[in-house]
Design a protein around this ligand. Structure first.
Ligand SMILES: [Zn+2]
Ligand SMILES: [Zn+2]
Length: 264
C-alpha cells in the first residue's frame, strides 16, 4: 500500500519527560535546524550502526524516543514505566532522554511487511539525529508481521539502526492465551529486546567481551534466561520461556558488552 497520500490523524500527543533535566530548556541542540534527506540517512542504516551513539555520551548527549501507536494499541503505563527504568539503567546520557508518544489512525490492514513499516516511518517520523541528540523511532501496530510462520509469531522487529516495530495485536493475542504472562510482561520483554538489538546486542555493532552469541539464531545470546535469548521475539517462544511472569533481564555477558561500548 502506498502511504504517501494517506493522511494520518494525530489524535493525542502525550509527552513524557523522563529526563532529570528539562530537555527543552537545557537542550544545547538547535532543534529548529532544517532536516534534509541527507541528515535523515543517518537514521536509515543497518541495525547496530548506532549502538555506540545510543549507549555512550561521546557523540550524542541525549536521546529522544518517538513512539507512535495505532489507536487501541498503546503500550500500557506499566510497560512505559518498565521501559523508562531500563533506559535509565543502561544508557549513558548526560543530558537525559525523553519519550514522545503519539496516537495514529491507519488504514485497516491484516499484516505488515518491513517495507510497509518503513513507508509509515517515512510519513510519520519527525525526530532525526541532531547535533547532540540521537533519535529513535518506534511503532506499535494493529496487525501481524507479514513473515510470520506457523511456529513463529513475531512480536517485534528492529529493522534499522534507530527503528523498531512492535506487533501489539499479536502481543495481545498471546497474552490472552491460558496461563500466558500478562500483556505488560510480554510487551515489555519484546520492547526491551528490540531496543537491545539497536544497542548492538548480540555482536551486531557492540563487540562481545566474551563469546556468548547463539550463532544458530543470529544476533542472540546463548544464555537461556537472558533477555537476548532468541525465543524472546516470538509469542510461541515467550510462552514457553517466561516463567513466573517476570520480564527476563540481561545476563552479565550482555551487560559487559554494553558497558564496554559506552553504556552503563
Ligand atoms: Zn532478537
Ligand atoms: Zn545475554
Amino acid at each position: 500500500m502506498n502511504f504517501k497520500n494517506t493522511i494520518y490523524t494525530v489524535l493525542i500527543a502525550s509527552i513524557f519527560a523522563a529526563c532529570s533535566t528539562d530537555s527543552t530548556d537545557n537542550n544545547p541542540i538547535d532543534d529548529n535546524g532544517i532536516i534534509t534527506e541527507e541528515t535523515k540517512e543517518l537514521n536509515r542504516k543497518n541495525v547496530g550502526k548506532s549502538a555506540n551513539d545510543l549507549l555512550s555520551d561521546d557523540t550524542y548527549k541525549s536521546v529522544v524516543f518517538e513512539i507512535f501507536y495505532v489507536k487501541d494499541h498503546k503500550p500500557t503505563d506499566e510497560t512505559i514505566a518498565n521501559f523508562k527504568s531500563f533506559i535509565t539503567e543502561r544508557l549513558n546520557k548526560s543530558k537525559g532522554w525523553e519519550l514522545r508518544l503519539e496516537e495514529i489512525t491507519v488504514p485497516a490492514k491484516s499484516a505488515y511487511t518491513i517495507d510497509d513499516i518503513k513507508a509509515m516511518e517515512n510519513n510519520l517520523r519527525t525526530q532525526y539525529n541532531t547535533i547532540n541528540k540521537v533519535a529513535v523511532f518506534g511503532i506499535y501496530l494493529d496487525a501481524e508481521y507479514a513473515d510470520n510462520t506457523p511456529e513463529g509469531s513475531v512480536l517485534g522487529v528492529a529493522y534499522q539502526n534507530t527503528s523498531f516495530a512492535i506487533f501489539e495485536n499479536t502481543v495481545k493475542q498471546f497474552s490472552n492465551k491460558p496461563l500466558a504472562p500478562s500483556k505488560t510482561v510480554l510487551s515489555s520483554t519484546v520492547l526491551q529486546h528490540e531496543i537491545c538489538h539497536l544497542l548492538g546486542l548480540v555482536n551486531v555493532g557492540t563487540d562481545m567481551q566474551t563469546l556468548h552469541q547463539d550463532t544458530a539464531h543470529g544476533k542472540h545470546c546463548d544464555i537461556e534466561n537472558c533477555l537476548m535469548y532468541w525465543t524472546a521475539e516470538t509469542g510461541e517462544g515467550l510462552l514457553n520461556s517466561i516463567t513466573g511472569g517476570n520480564i527476563p533481564t540481561l545476563d552479565v555477558q550482555c551487560i559487559a558488552d554494553l558497558q564496554a561500548n559506552g553504556g552503563k
